[in-house]
Design a protein around this ligand. Sequence first.
Ligand code: GLY
Length: 251
Amino acid sequence: MAKTIAFVRSPGPSFNEAISSNLKNQPIDIKRACLQHESYISALKEIGLDVISLPSADEYPDAPFVEDTTVVFDHIALACPNKEKSRRGEGPSIHKEIKKHITMKALPPSANLDGGDVLNTEEKIFVGISSRTNLEAVNSLAKFTTKPVIPVKVIRGLHLKTSVSYIGNNIIVLDPSSIETTSLRTFKWIETNGHAANCLAIGNIVLISKGCTEEADKIRLKGFKTREVDISEFEKADGGLTCLSIILKKI
Ligand code: GLY
């Protein structure tokens, strides 16, 4: 049976130069970041994913946040035109690997898009309008899917998925103070004001940031299993659990 693939990239020696909105949280401990990244990979493997791990890309400090380079829909992957200059070169080496598994297309350069702004659910795709993603991206993505593509204003935080994750069964985990929530009212909510808002659901298992025990309890009460993963060094650079992988479900 075809397995789900996770593409990841290890942090390199320049990871402590990654963009951060919270400089007082620096410095990043690179050795610790590498160990945390290995634990993240182990968690994905234990869930049953095939992990394709790319070597670190030292000229791109934010390169471990691979999610921002690529959006994956059912039958196609889309290369993201990243707005942030220091991140624009991250894509090609990872796209070369992804192309071995799925057709890839590029979005027009007038679109600015980070994958962290794309929240894909069964019925609809939500796109954060953030400091990294513009309305042109919404229109461009809509050409590659039959689902409605809906813009959501990001009020605070880097990306839409910094503040909301979809875990399945019509449930989202979210920080409602950080995004415009009108279009998300049809979901059942698990509310948080912390790192739990970015969690990674693979089937019935939800990876959640270490220490988010209250939110993990609430997720389990909804019938999911949870696993806490420590990614504190990545959180210093505004990253979360979804940021560290591109998930490709083989269908
Ligand atoms: N540090 C993640 C980003 O700014 O893109």
